[in-house]
Ligand binder design. Structure first.
Ligand SMILES: [Zn+2]
Length: 330
């Protein structure tokens, strides 16, 4: 009997028989951090991530207080050794610096997606397929009801929303998560020639994007005086009605998230919702799974049962990763 190359250790993902954790929340001796969203972050003795993720992580968590904290920057497509493992990072297309991980040692090759977006974006590296034998696949939108319309169609709707608001003399306010979605929207708006103001929490992250090759220097900070005429405001959804937006008086608000497919009732107080996502939708997850050529798939985060069932229908051995499944026959 051979053990699975991946296991859950008290709720945290770990490469079996090693100290290498994946996106652990609790402090680990060594952890790969796929990207800098809060649900993937922790302080670790040794943290392996891309330079952009490490910079975003320092911004979000602050400088480490303990000396026993080592950042190990890793570039895409550059294999390196860690004990008896060989690790390689591949772009995940989710936010700037987001990475998938490939782990090679004797036995099956392991692939780990972290959060994944297969549509090309305006502000993140384009995702690549990680060839592997065993895949740990994120399942955020792993339900058949989440099939996003073509991205050009979604963006055409957002563009009309913005232009209609401006021609009506009100400020369009676009809501997207402060790390990733906001920068995607801003870059797209700037490329269209719009003048953009960012909420302070977004603006601070823009500076890190600037330093890592995504130029958002044209985006101005939203101050107490509010936006000027013909400017578009970008802010995180949970701060849409906070103090920083008090100066935005006549406004029309849209939220940009894949969850918009659930209908407007999910969002209170917004005028529109567009399904612009930084995750792969259900058909894309299935396609990606096939392209990796993995013969064994563990689903994590989100609709794990639904996605695993759909993969099994396609003849792939798949199931949610659970704590009790530490010992597996491959
Ligand atoms: Zn994420």
């Amino acid at each position: 009997m051979r053990r699975s190359p991946i296991e859950l250790d008290a709720g945290e993902l770990r490469v079996t028989g090693t100290s290498l954790h994946l996106d652990a929340r609790r402090r680990a001796a060594c952890a790969f951090i796929s990207h800098a969203h809060g649900d993937h972050l922790g302080r670790h003795d040794r943290a392996i991530a891309t330079p952009a993720t490490l910079a975003l992580m320092r911004h979000r968590l602050g400088e480490p207080k303990r000396k026993k904290t080592e950042a190990l920057p890793a570039s895409f497509r550059t294999p390196f050794g860690l004990g008896d493992l060989t690790l390689e990072l591949f772009p995940a297309g989710h936010v700037l610096g987001s990475a998938q991980l490939r782990v090679v040692r004797s036995g099956p090759v392991l692939g780990y997606t972290g959060d994944l977006c297969l549509e090309p974006t305006h502000a993140a590296e384009r995702a690549e397929v990680v060839p592997c034998d065993v895949l740990v696949l994120e399942s955020t939108f792993g339900h058949p009801r989440y099939a996003f319309p073509p991205k050009e169609e979604i963006l055409a709707g957002v563009r009309k929303f913005v232009e209609d608001a401006l021609s009506d003399g009100v400020t369009p306010v676009l809501l997207g998560y402060a790390l990733g979605k906001a920068q995607e929207i801003e870059k797209w708006l700037c490329d269209l020639g719009h003048r953009v103001r960012a909420h302070p929490s977004v603006h601070a992250i823009n500076r890190i994007y600037d330093e890592h090759g995504v130029d958002l220097s044209a985006v101005k900070l939203l101050g107490a005086e509010g936006p000027e005429r013909d400017e578009v405001v970008v802010a995180p959804p949970h701060l849409a009605w906070g103090a920083a937006l008090r100066g935005v008086r006549a406004r029309r608000t849209a939220v940009l998230t894949g969850w918009a497919l659930d209908g407007a009732r999910r969002f209170r107080g917004v005028d529109a919702a567009f399904p612009l996502s930084d995750h792969a939708d259900f058909p894309s997850l299935l396609r990606y799974a096939r392209e990796t050529c993995a013969s064994r798939i563990f689903t994590i985060h989100g609709f794990v049962d639904e996605l695993a069932a759909a993969l099994r229908k396609q003849g792939i051995r798949a199931e949610p990763l659970r704590e009790t499944k530490q010992l597996e026959l491959l």
